[in-house]
Write a protein that binds this ligand. Structure first.
Ligand SMILES: O=C(O)CCC(=O)C(=O)O
Ligand SMILES: [Fe+2]
Length: 314
């Protein structure tokens, strides 16, 4: 059983403030209390975002035959409607959303695995998305260095070589099951930009029953940040990876999620500053790449992906 209450007032963090120590303290408080907050003055301009959403809409409006040719490979490319079920325990046929993954452009090998729609179909699409990647990456790295500061770590602890994935999302708006079913994100942090159509909700206490879901309102020009499971494990749950979902409102909705994760070979093990005799580590050390493969297997059965691509060819 779920109950929805009122809209939340999440903390707003000004990432451009010269007082980094006080910003880091505010971030710490936000990560402990909510695992969610807004970033402002982050350098990703609203006009640019408007253009990026327009380009995103152009791709998703293409006929399915074009989109399916770019079906997700090596975690990059298109995922069709219902291909993903973020809550594997949900009884729905899958989440009513489409998405497009773009892997890191920082590293040449990763960049070469990306798939791009042709210039003829969507002119100017690739340069817009590449620019979007670099802009959000820059905001994300500033944020990661402040998060490191908030945990008394070297400022470049997380930002040296994070894995980054940009994901464009379109929710059909179809009423009924959740547009993105309940989940927590897997990595360090996610930076999320929406086109202002509501739907995002969080559940602060994931173990409490009945679950209480609260609306995350839109802050004009703000980026929504949420903490992921790798950060939760590293901090022994001092920083929370909060359960969230997107509920349908009958309106088409666009968003851009930017996931920042530890490098795949990184072993994530509780920080000493986050455990003690009375609060021992809650999770064993884990290689980041192993953790991700397990989680991805749960949300995308490989047969499901195959079934979809075959159906679309018929
Ligand atoms: O689109 C949204 O508002 C949320 C997306 C999300 O939670 C995700 O992609 O992990
Ligand atoms: Fe998420």
């Amino acid at each position: 059983m779920t109950v929805t209450t009122t809209t939340l007032n999440l903390p707003i963090i000004d990432i451009s403030s010269p007082d980094r120590v006080s910003t880091a303290n505010s971030i710490r408080q936000a990560c402990v209390e909510y695992g969610f907050f807004y970033l402002v003055n982050h350098g990703v301009e609203e006009d640019f975002m408007k253009q990026a959403f327009e380009e995103s809409a152009k791709f998703f409006s293409l006929p399915i035959e074009h989109k399916i040719k770019l079906n997700r490979k090596e975690y990059r490319g298109y995922t069709p409607l219902y291909a993903e079920k973020l809550d594997p325990s949900s009884l729905s046929k899958g989440d009513p959303k489409e998405s497009y993954y773009i892997g890191s452009l920082e590293d040449a090998t990763s960049a070469s695995l990306n798939q791009w729609p042709s210039e003829e179909l969507v002119p100017n699409w690739r340069p817009t998305m590449e620019s979007l990647f670099w802009r959000i990456l820059s905001a994300g790295k500033k944020l990661l260095s402040l998060i490191a500061l908030s945990l008394n770590l070297d400022e470049d602890f997380f930002s040296k070589k994070p894995e980054a994935f940009l994901r464009l999302l379109r929710y059909s708006g179809e009423l009924g099951s959740c547009a993105a079913s309940a989940h927590s994100d897997y990595g360090l942090v996610t930076l999320l930009i929406t086109n202002g159509v509501p739907g995002l909700q969080i559940c602060k206490e994931k173990l409490k029953q009945p679950q209480v879901w609260e609306d995350v309102s839109h802050v004009e020009g703000g980026i929504i940040v949420n903490i992921g499971d790798m950060m939760e494990r590293w901090t022994n749950c001092v920083y929370q990876s909060t359960l969230h979902r997107v509920v349908p409102t009958g309106k088409e909705r666009y968003s851009v999620a930017f996931y920042m994760d530890p490098p795949t070979d990184c072993v994530v093990e509780c920080f000493e500053s986050c455990c003690s005799e009375s609060s021992p580590p809650r999770f064993p050390p884990i290689r980041s790449g192993d953790y991700f493969s397990e989680r991805f297997k749960l949300i995308y059965g490989s047969e499901r992906d195959l079934k979809w691509s075959n159906e679309s060819k018929n």
